[in-house]
Design a protein around this ligand. Sequence first.
Ligand code: ITT
Length: 197
Amino acid sequence: KSLIIATNNPGKAREFGEMFQDYDIEIKTLADFPEIPEIKENGITFEENATKKVTTVVEATGLPAIADDSGLMVDALHGDPGVFSARYAGDHNDAANNAKLLANLGGVPEEKRTATFHTTLVALKPNGQKLVVNGELNGRILIAPRGDNGFGYDPLFWSDKYQKSLAQLSDAEKNSISHRGAALRNLMPKFDEWWGA
Ligand code: ITT
């Protein structure tokens, strides 16, 4: 039986693949369903957007799916870019988003650059059974990018635990502390019953 990760983001897809590798489940992503039209993420909460993504995909395919809506909340920017993280600088472009974040934090000292990554996962089956879980990671925004792994804001997000940016971690290391990893760990105790029932 297949499980669709309702994402167009290859970085997210890779992290989900790594986290489900010990499960006997065939993981697909939106790349396997080019006929599904682009999903407009115009909600004002992570849960609203994740629910919209997962509902569209389950209705189009008749298969169970999980959607991830995530974002970065920066304290000195009153929680921005938050739910608008993907399109902070206009069209979804990681380099432009990171440049805008650095510019908007210009002059803000290290100790005031605290930030939180958030993920909401919504799992939905064609019979309507739904799970909603969240995960978060606290850290700080660097003054210049470091590292080449990961995606999105990873080169700017400093982990105090590893004393590295998220882009300096392997996928497995990142998953062990990340907002997405935390959300999946919150999902797993409920997953078997949801998946099997
Ligand atoms: P899908 O909606 O297709 O899943 P997306 O990239 O548009 O992909 P979101 O709407 O959830 O995903 O936007 C989240 C944005 O927040 C994403 O594009 C990144 O810029 C950023 N982001 C989320 N998780 C991240 C992570 O683990 N590391 C770095 N940046 C992340």
